[in-house]
Design a protein around this ligand. Structure first.
Ligand code: FMN
Length: 182
């Protein structure tokens, strides 16, 4: 093996980072999540440590919002990822509208997805929430002429765990062969 084996390591980065929003009796709470995934073409997964305040709210309301982060909201997003509702009220960190599933849709976020809870896959110490997206709310300025999301304009933030740094996106390297433009 010409590569150095650094053993069992969390190394699947950089990855998209999002703010999860939940609503508990008309009061929102938020937390930052990097461990999330796409399952098939119709499910998402959000992996939450069982110690977080938010888990029990998702289990009872069976809904949450996934809010993409751009540079303009990074400071607030970082805060909700470093402070638990167990020690501080985070309900006023973001302005929001209420979505159809009664989740907080963060006004500052360029794109928010309302999901309903389908299942929970438990791994040691973690609740992995299996979610079905129901509504996708996008600021119109991030849609192109065809009504598709333009990620060069939206520029969602990435994160990497080993050094705890946030990274930029938005630069196109190449058009994919599958795309109609080819
Ligand atoms: C950059 C970053 C990424 C994070 N990713 C996750 C994650 O994927 N899963 C998780 O359970 N917690 C993650 N956290 C930690 C939670 O966001 C944090 O503990 C939060 O305060 C929990 O809020 P709550 O107790 O109000 O639910 C992350 C924190 C930061 C700063």
């Amino acid at each position: 093996m010409t590569k150095k084996d650094i053993g069992k390591s969390l190394a699947l980065y950089p990855s998209l980072i999002v703010v999860i929003g939940v609503m508990e009796e008309n009061t929102p709470n938020y937390l930052l999540v990097g461990h999330l995934g796409i399952m098939g073409h119709d499910h998402y997964m959000v992996s939450l440590n069982k110690n977080h305040y938010t888990n029990s709210v998702i289990k009872s309301t069976k809904a949450l919002s996934i809010n993409l982060i751009d540079e303009a909201m990074l400071q607030e997003a970082d805060y909700v990822g470093c402070v638990s509702k167990k020690v501080a009220d985070k309900s006023k960190v973001f302005d929001y509208e209420v979505g159809e599933l009664n989740t907080p849709i963060i006004t500052k976020s360029p794109l928010s997805i309302e999901c309903k809870l389908e299942d929970i896959y438990e791994t040691p110490g973690f609740d992995n929430f299996i979610l079905v997206p129901v509504h996708t709310y996008v600021k119109e300025e991030y849609l192109n002429d065809l009504g598709k999301i333009d990620y060069q304009k939206l520029k969602p933030i990435l994160f990497e765990f080993p050094t705890y740094q946030y990274l930029k996106t938005g630069e196109v390297l190449k058009q994919c062969r599958f795309s109609k433009k080819n």
